[in-house]
Design a protein around this ligand. Sequence first.
Ligand code: APR
Ligand code: PHB
Length: 395
Amino acid sequence: MRTQVGIIGAGPAGLLLSHLLHLRGISSVVLERRSREYVERRVRAGVLEQGTVDTLVAAGVGERLLREGLPHRGIELRYGGAGHRIAFERLVPGRAITVYGQQEVVKDLIAARLAADGDVRFEVDDVAVHDIGTDRPYVTFGGGERLDCDVIAGCDGFHGVTRPSIPDGVLTAYEREYPFAWLGVLARVQPSAEELIYARTERGFALHSMRSPEVSRFYLQVPAGTDLADWPDERVWAELRTRLETVPGFSLATGEIFERGVTPMRSFVAEPMQYGRLYLAGDAAHIVPPTGAKGLNLAVADVRVLTGALARFYADGSAELLDGYSAACLKRVWRAQHFSWWMTTLLHTFDSDDAYGRRLQLSHLDYVTSSEAAAATLAENYVGLPYEDGDPAGP
Ligand code: APR
Ligand code: PHB
């Protein structure tokens, strides 16, 4: 079997890449280990930057997103008994975020690929990449099948096979682990506020988010290694109440919890994001803690750059943009790394912090919520900085 671009992984990165390449007349095959049902149900974050929305809409996969997504023009930071709104409409005019579950993006992309007769294969075992240092790389999978391609895109997430296939000594990993995780739940209850609430308390961080007018999404900071069995519904609600009902007049509406999970918190970057004819995109190359809501958005930004580089390669044979792929991505990647670390540090309780550290954190929060300049820094990073190519409609 032969294609132009072999794509490993059908998460947002792999699926969007396949779709954008199709729009440029470039063929691809997507190989995914899990079932279609599994990837469509996998619950992840749900905040789309303005540029992510623009990219999906320009690519023709934004129809349901525009209909069902919830545009948000601000977020609240809640601490010390008060709420403070970060008003995007004033701080970053014309830019906003849209709340739309990542698995909904994945569903829309799969539907678009299949409608265009795209080759997306699910439940594919034993994927391995070969000869990536040459210009004839290939992929083997499923007990003897072989896919020859010009280029391989490693879109197989943090635990995938492509990054570890790069020879030792090529990559440098930059990494930070946090001593806590997020316990996330989805509940059938209308959101208790119109906007997201990022709450810092002495007992730890909590986040009020949502998916629709009927479904709320919540997260609690918990110690790393937390067992879900220790968190029956009553305990989740009691802890959410304690951490969120800290301002006058706010009461948390509760409902049936129908999905729960624990997400470890990690920062990670592998550099460079390429080797030979293998290009890494999304979580395969970098991870951020979810506090800045950047994971999906970074994956989209990588794939835009890779699409532009591949389009050039196939148009005139020039590998110039492909050679510069990693460098072109890493600037935004590191901005998001810093922002995600910064938001995490601003809002979480660190056991290692002494009284001095806690005072610094509160001073920082006071600054962000009282200075227009500091608030604008948060706002412009949160809604997403403009792409380097400056074109919302795609590379
Ligand atoms: N063979 C085939 N597919 C694989 C393999 C493998 N060996 N290993 C992993 N995969 C698949 C996973 O099952 C998953 O569907 O690769 C896909 C990777 O998708 P994601 O983890 O969603 O990563 P990405 O597409 O880069 O999207 C980044 O996902 O983790 C979130 O917060 C992150 O929102 C961000 C987004
Ligand atoms: C979510 O709704 O899942 C969500 C929102 C904001 C974040 C992370 C996750 O920072």
